[in-house]
Design a protein around this ligand. Structure first.
Ligand code: NAI
Length: 406
């Protein structure tokens, strides 16, 4: 997870020339193709005579929720930000760091302009004076695509030069936490801030800031172009909408699958071509390590926002990792805690010391379950941000569902 490729333009150019597949530019939809098919007409029309509240209603009607993983209603955020006097900013969170998550990359490497148009519509909706686009450095091809296409938008007169500022992250998981990202944008070390105040009130350089994830903005453009039914027309298992599942692990065809939000793990494994040969389904991570691990027997829960909370988990960014009878749930949970230990920013004691102690306790032949539970409670109750609050999920879920392994 710590692959850091400081993607300066020169370095990316050299990597692309050298045929580095990681840096390879995909055959993405360029500005001319997108604009010819009606792209940017929605944005230009809104800028001319649009009513932001009408667009906000469309977002609410579509049921669009924050697809970084928290699922906060996107339209509502616009209202929170607008309630505060300007100057206001838009900060786009492209720090897709959750292990197993690659949907934002998938969209950016194929249809970057749907995202860019959505970004400019959201910026228009809150009258943002500037846009900070924070993109992880581990996606060199994406950075190059964005550099090229933002320059094209400037030439085409869709944005004024400098309005959108592309910022590179430097490989820290914590910089995807919105307030740590804002600190990083301001040029400081990425340490999460206390809430309240929310970033909608006090964000970049102390100003009201709208923070959206890449995929959320992709859907903002699609809702404006195709109407709220692009999301709300799909229903399954009592859930409405679509989810971009990043599927990896022991499946035949790992990849990004856009499926109804009411899909169960059975549907997702089916979409990914079934289990890999010689593997029997044992467990799954529904939405990144912070969502922990669930057993194969929980195969009838729709993997959507709100449905996993009663089970001590959540869907988050929908990073589904499938484990088989070849894998150890205990080893997977230890790996997750090692990741959190490594990525903890160290600012607060419950997370910094908690992750370290948890790793030590999980390395013992037999887990001290009482102590691990006590430690988990302290971390959940007292950590400043989501990292430390969610880190105990893998511990608790393995204690609950895989007691024979620990
Ligand atoms: P959150 O639910 O605390 O906040 C979500 C958003 O709503 C934030 O922008 C927050 O400012 C806003 N918000 C919430 N209540 C508000 C209020 N009363 N007034 C104004 N604004 C308000 O969730 P958080 O901590 O931002 O994100 C946690 C999620 O991030 C988890 O679900 C996790 O899965 C996901 N995540 C995703 C990663 C990725 O790579 N995509 C990496 C790590 C975590």
């Amino acid at each position: 997870h710590n692959h850091i490729d400081h993607a300066t333009p020169e370095k990316v150019k050299r990597a692309i020339e050298a045929g580095d597949t990681h840096a390879r530019l995909t055959d993405y939809e360029v500005y001319e193709t997108y604009a010819k098919a009606g792209g940017y007409a929605a944005l230009l029309k809104l800028r001319e005579d649009g009513d932001w509240e009408a667009v906000q209603s469309q977002m609410l009607e579509a049921g669009l929720r924050g697809l970084g993983g928290a699922g906060f209603p996107s339209g509502k955020k616009w209202g929170f930000v607008r309630a505060n006097p300007g100057p206001r900013y838009l900060a786009v969170n492209g720090d897709e760091g959750e292990p197993g998550t690659f949907k934002d990359r998938w969209y950016l490497e194929r249809t970057p302009h749907l995202f860019l148009e959505g970004m400019l519509i959201a910026a228009w909706a809150v009258e943002a004076e500037r846009v900070f686009l924070y993109m992880r450095d581990e996606y060199p091809a994406v950075l190059e695509i964005l550099r090229r296409e933002i320059a094209t938008l400037e030439t085409a007169g869709i944005v004024t030069p400098g309005y959108v500022e592309l910022r590179r992250g430097a490989g820290a998981y914590i910089c995807g936490e919105e307030s740590a990202m804002i600190e990083s944008i301001e040029g400081k070390r990425g340490l999460p801030r206390h809430r309240p105040p929310y970033v909608a009130q006090v964000g970049v350089f102390g100003q009201p800031t709208l923070v959206h994830n890449i995929e959320t903005l992709h859907w903002v453009a699609r809702i404006c172009r195709e109407g709220p039914q692009v999301l709300n027309a799909t229903e399954k298992n009592g859930r409405t909408g679509l989810r971009s599942y990043s599927v990896s692990g022991r499946v035949a065809k790992p990849g990004m699958y856009l499926l109804p939000a009411g899909s169960t793990i059975t549907d997702i494994i089916d979409a990914a071509g079934g289990m890999a040969e010689g593997h029997r389904f044992k467990a799954y991570q529904p939405g990144g390590p912070s969502s922990g691990l669930l057993p194969a027997s929980m195969n009838d829960v729709p993997l959507d926002f709100d449905t996993l909370q009663p089970h001590g988990s959540f869907i988050g960014s929908a990073a589904v990792v499938v484990l088989s009878d070849h894998d150890s749930a205990r080893a997977a949970a230890l790996n997750m805690l090692r990741f959190f230990e490594d990525e903890s920013c160290g600012q607060c004691t419950p997370c910094r010391v908690g992750c370290e102690k948890a790793v030590k306790l999980m390395q013992a032949d037999q887990w001290d379950q009482g102590l691990l539970e006590e430690l988990s409670t302290a971390m959940v109750d007292a950590s400043i941000c989501g990292l430390g609050q969610a880190a105990p999920n893998p511990i608790r879920l393995v204690m609950k569902h895989f007691p024979e392994e620990i």
